[in-house]
Design a protein around this ligand. Structure first.
Ligand SMILES: Cc1cc2nc3c(=O)[nH]c(=O)nc-3n(C[C@H](O)[C@H](O)[C@H](O)COP(=O)(O)OP(=O)(O)OC[C@H]3O[C@@H](n4cnc5c(N)ncnc54)[C@H](O)[C@@H]3O)c2cc1C
Length: 324
């Protein structure tokens, strides 16, 4: 049996692996069979991850995090976890290929998925004018004309934030009223750079190598028209990837895994969670990485309390660790 298994190969999973591997815990990291490297594999330039003053391409950053985790002895498996047995002291993880792995501690870092429009162009244009994150990509749209799709609080927040950069921000909404809170609505309505496009849905995203516009379909009349744009932000929701732990771990009202205060401790002993799967608010690569650190240190502490020799030694070397 292993000391620790980490599920997820995003910034949270790989950072947890770097810490666990450097503590000689020989982590096994289950990376998934399709999206190895997490959400940043879907983007181009990342300009806000500290340590890269010129910016770095998302896939390059994830390649570096993986190399750093492997350098210290992380074993990476390219498969999906399909079921979990985590109630008892032995945490059992079953993969798509039928193999089962066991460990004393588990770090769950499966991230979250931005809801997509369901259009075929989305994959091609992601990172090329199409984004799901204003904090990440707003800076690329200075003096541009862009649109935000959505009618909730997060769409209003994204649109208002994006007016710092863009000259014009359309808000495309399929109904004639918003579901955002009154205060968020008013802030957006009062902003002279924002124009609402009511009763409209995006029928297609236009652009071969980058977004140049959208085809809008009127939800009442069915008529279609072209709206020229330099960028499109989709803000229609985000789903934490928690389906494997439903009924096993406590969740929050927002659907993220509940953790104890600033720790990564879930409702089950020996099960820790990190990254976007616990975070309804910030959802950034650096916050996910920081959260992965917390999970590795919490897991080390837990293993040391169980009498695991490597974790106990690692803790003695890191006396600053105080997670209780
Ligand atoms: C297009 C885009 C651009 C972005 N740009 C930026 C940016 O510029 N700067 C920034 O700071 N943030 C950016 N973000 C946000 C950032 O990517 C996330 O906050 C961050 O990746 C979250 O890290 P995570 O490790 O929690 O999860 P993720 O990166 O989502 O990784 C989770 C991993 O777990 C895997 N997984 C899930 N279920 C299973 C399973 N059952 N078995 C095995 N593996 C599983 C997934 O496949 C995935 O690989 C961007 C996000 C998107 C979508």
């Amino acid at each position: 049996m292993r000391d620790i298994i980490i599920i997820g190969s995003g910034p949270a999973g790989f950072t947890a692996a770097i810490y666990a591997a450097r503590a000689e815990l020989k982590p096994l990291l289950i990376a998934s069979s399709v999206e190895i490297g997490g959400e940043l594999m879907n983007t181009t330039e990342v300009e806000n991850f500290p340590g890269f003053p010129e910016g770095i391409m998302g896939p390059d950053l994830m390649g570096k995090l993986q190399a750093q985790a492997e350098r210290f002895g992380t074993e990476v498996v390219y498969d999906d976890v399909v079921s979990l047995d985590i109630d008892g002291p032995v945490k059992r993880v079953t993969l798509g290929n039928g193999e089962t792995h066991e460990a004393s501690a588990l770090i769950y870092a499966t991230g979250s998925a931005y809801r997509k429009l369901g259009l075929p162009e989305e994959e091609l244009l992601s990172g090329h004018g199409l984004s799901w994150c204003a904090t990440c990509d707003g800076f690329f749209f200075r003096q541009k004309t862009i649109a935000v799709v959505g009618g909730g609080d997060s769409a209003m927040e994204e649109a208002t934030f994006l007016t710092r950069f863009a000259d014009k921000v359309y808000v495309i909404h399929r109904r004639d009223s918003l579901k955002a809170s009154k205060i968020m609505q008013q802030r957006a309505i009062d902003n002279e750079k924002i124009e609402f496009v009511w009763n409209s849905e995006v029928a297609a995203i236009v652009g071969e190598t980058a977004v140049t516009g959208v085809t809008l379909r009127d939800t009442v009349t069915g008529e279609e028209r072209l709206l020229e744009l330099d960028g499109l932000f989709v803000a229609i929701g985000n789903d934490p990837r928690t389906h494997l732990v439903h009924g096993k771990l406590e969740l929050t009202a927002e659907g993220t895994i509940a953790v104890d205060g600033r720790t990564s401790k879930t409702s089950l002993p020996g099960v820790f969670a990190a990254g976007d799967v616990i975070d309804p608010h910030y959802r950034q690569a650096i916050t996910a990485a920081g959260s992965g650190t917390v999970a590795a240190l919490d897991a080390e502490h837990y293993l040391a309390a169980l009498g695991n020799e490597n974790a106990a030694e690692a803790l003695l070397e890191n006396e600053f660790v105080a997670v209780d």
